[in-house]
Design a protein around this ligand. Sequence first.
Ligand SMILES: Cc1ncc(C[n+]2csc(CCOP(=O)(O)OP(=O)(O)O)c2C)c(N)n1
Length: 444
Amino acid sequence: MKEMFDRAAHLGVESIVIGMPHRGRLNVLGNVVRKPLRQIFSEFSGGTKPVNEGEGLYTGTGDVKYHLGTSYDRPTRGGKHIHLSLVANPSHLEAVDPVVAGKTRAKQYYSNDRDRTKNLGVLLHGDGSFSGQGVVYETLHLSALENYTTGGTIHIVVNNQVAFTTDPRSGRSSQYCTDVAKALDAPIFHVNGDDLEAVVHVCELAAEWRQTFHSDVVVDIVCYRRFGHNEIDEPSFTQPKMYKVIRNHPSALEIYQRKLLESGKISKEDIDRLNKKVSTILNEEFQNSKDYVPNKRDWLSAYWTGFKSPEQISRIRNTGVKPEILKRVGEAMTTLPENFKPHRAVKKIFDLRRQMIETGEGIDWAVGEALAFATLIIEGNHVRLSGQDVERGHRGHQVRRQGPVGCYRDGLLLGARAGADGAGAEGAAARPPQLPFLKETRPL
Ligand SMILES: Cc1ncc(C[n+]2csc(CCOP(=O)(O)OP(=O)(O)O)c2C)c(N)n1
């Protein structure tokens, strides 16, 4: 990943939004995003109580701590800096995918990144979830749509050839776990995880592809999982033959060390020195973790300062606007261009709305909603309606009846689709891929 990011930075990328599951997350947090190791150790050992407890920590209850996000300005080998932000996610595998796409797109919007080469989305997946979770396919299908593209997401599949305990033959119908991406005009690189230089080469190639052709690209790292799915899983219960092979297989590090020694480019002493350096860093950080005091909101970036936590009661603010402003925007939104001939039924709606604005009487939910959007816009906010049928105005005021579904921590609001137009109850689900780009209404 580091080589991929360095290459991307060299080719103009300034900011990377990353989404990933549990597997390898601590490694990515510590080595790539550079979350302080002392902080990670502290969190795992139960940690010291934060200074401002009670002011909204979002440390999360009932979910895994390291599902939280973090960000860092990483220096690159070429002497640049690249902003990395790892998005927080729930345990629900792949749910973060459209959020990463949305955040990337929002960053492109706010940084005027018109050719989408400065902001990049990178998603990591497991082989089981890449082939098994429908949201992967839905997100892939957003990739080339004009109103949703981010100029190409780089997908890295950590293909350890088993899901929790499910073998590929029981988990998918295709040969490769990445076949789901064949629907796109995107290259898929399969690479042997034991061959570190090949992995680095392919990761650099993926960055070059994305920056050159602006489409998705997939890196399938074929590897294995040395231990169980988690701390309490004994993998030889379910995959006895596979784990017999794995037990006798040297680690990727051992294989690479041997290769370097055989090439004569590096000595045993060099390797020992490097190993010692890494152990010293880990030990020192572990010692330092014992009196580590977390900041109020270590993982929330400065842009969210002032953002209230669920425990904090927000002051009720006056959100009203002056009647003159409502009238002004109301007139603008009920005026059709002179040379435009509307459909009869549409004209009727416009006439009715104009009457509501003029008299101030009988204002319905749809007009109220349009006035809300219009007043947000004149206050300088960016309002984006996203999803199928928004052009027609399918949902309109029915949404209000059902109530919006909120996931407020990330500023993401999902509107439940109303069961209108004969859509029935199944139409009422708020689906993340439909509305990913409502995310980040404030620039990051
Ligand atoms: C949507 C969803 N379904 C099921 C789970 C439970 N679960 C957690 S990890 C896992 C296996 C995932 O396999 P894979 O994607 O291959 O990743 P690996 O654990 O092998 O790295 C499952 C089923 C989950 N977290 N989210």
